[in-house]
Write a protein that binds this ligand. Structure first.
Ligand SMILES: NC(=O)c1ccc[n+]([C@@H]2O[C@H](COP(=O)([O-])OP(=O)(O)OC[C@H]3O[C@@H](n4cnc5c(N)ncnc54)[C@H](O)[C@@H]3O)[C@@H](O)[C@H]2O)c1
Length: 361
């Protein structure tokens, strides 16, 4: 079988990570790029490095769809463009992998779900954290009962500030959906997966206290949360919390996942890749702790900054296209992750608990 012909819409930083990962598989090849910014097209063509021969470039998704024969398209344009970019792709009937967050506004995300459910090809919301091997193992273990009955889940991300993007689009909530949507949709998606239930209420305390304070764009100061605590109550009684800090680039571990059940506690550390399970023991008794390391393909690790996940996600997406695997992350998963983030944004702004019912869930 000849390799599937991929196009990419939005040829920026994330596109280049996708390009490096397409380069790791022989069942896909990049044939087209669409971006209105010539410097992004140039940088992405350089990243491709002539690997697939001629790659056609376009200044819009519409011209790409009209001018290139494509099997699948990755959407990696800014969050606020996703709905508009997706419409011609749905019309073209191609397989779609759309970067998170699905959209910045719930009504747009609902529109995507409606179109995706009627789409004859695969529609996949990119949720890379599900595909980081230590996170995937953590999910599998908790769901298999390794902590007993899950009661509490904590996800901590302590990392570097938001990077500079083309046109500085990520400095304003109107472009991103707000930090709790833009970045934290990953963690709310993981929560739903680990807890295996749906959220009922969200309380978020967060603000922009350290980063971007001295930045101005057209005279405007950025308005994006750089630290927050978010509590999410699930309909099966499980409590989850997200601890986000974006001025902690010195932290040894960027992500720590902790699940505590009635028989044990499980932690995953990324990038270390270690899982640590501690059984409950009587007070004063010797600790019963087991550690294991979850390996990641070296080439996949080197191809990006997301702990190999873009590679594993691509393999699963290709399986879904070939009919040899399921659509692991649906448009509905994307919508629900955005909805929890939207609830957190409202909660932080208004200083109150937001129920998911208020948002129609
Ligand atoms: N999954 C992850 O962990 C992860 C990480 C980074 C970014 N992302 C997502 O990937 C997307 C892109 O982010 P990025 O970091 O590459 O940003 P970026 O600014 O580096 O690149 C975005 C590119 O899209 C182009 N663009 C703007 N409007 C467009 C349009 N209408 N059609 C086509 N191209 C357009 C810009 O010119 C730019 O080159 C965002 O949705 C972002 O949230 C996901």
């Amino acid at each position: 079988m000849s390799a599937l012909r991929f196009g990419i819409v939005g040829a920026g930083m994330m596109a280049r990570e996708h390009i490096r990962n397409i380069g790791l598989v022989d069942t896909a090849r990049l044939v087209a790029l669409a971006d209105p910014e010539p410097s992004s097209l140039k940088a992405s063509l350089e990243e491709a490095g002539g690997r697939w021969g001629g790659i056609a470039t376009f200044d819009s998704v519409e011209s790409m769809v009209a001018g290139a024969a494509l099997d699948a398209v990755i959407v990696s344009s800014p969050n606020f463009t996703h709905r508009a970019v997706l419409e011609p792709l749905f019309d073209a009937g191609v397989h779609i992998l759309c970067e998170k967050p699905l959209c910045t506004a719930l009504e747009d995300a609902r529109w995507v779900v409606d179109r995706a459910e009627r789409h004859k090809a695969v529609f996949w919301t990119a949720m890379e954290y599900r595909f980081m091997p230590p996170a995937a193992q953590f999910v599998q273990d908790v769901r298999a009962g390794s902590v007993g009955r899950l009661v509490m889940l904590t996800i901590r991300e302590h990392r570097f500030p938001f990077l500079v993007k083309v046109g500085d689009w990520n400095r304003f909530s109107s472009n991103t959906g707000g930090t709790m949507v833009e970045k934290c949709c990953h963690f709310f998606d993981l929560m739903r997966l680990i807890v295996n239930a749906e959220p009922v209420r969200v309380f978020c305390s967060g603000a922009m206290d350290v980063n971007h304070l001295d930045e101005r764009y057209g005279g405007r100061q950025p308005d994006i949360i750089d630290n927050s605590f978010t509590i999410v109550d699930f309909d099966n009684g499980v409590r989850a919390m997200l601890d986000l800090c974006m001025f902690a680039e010195g932290a040894e571990q960027q992500e720590t996942l902790t699940a505590v059940g009635d028989t044990a506690r499980l932690e995953a550390f990324i990038p270390a890749g270690d899982l640590v399970r501690s059984l409950r023991v009587p007070l004063g008794a010797p600790k019963e702790v087991t550690k294991r390391h979850v390996p990641v393909d070296e080439a996949a690790l080197k191809a990006g900054t997301h702990h190999g996940s873009v590679y594993y996600q691509l393999l699963a997406f290709l399986d879904a296209i070939m009919g040899t695997g399921p659509t692991v992350v649906t448009a509905m998963d994307g919508l629900r992750a955005v909805a929890i983030g939207a609830a957190a944004e409202i909660s932080a702004r208004e200083g109150r608990v937001v129920t998911m019912a208020e948002l129609g869930f």
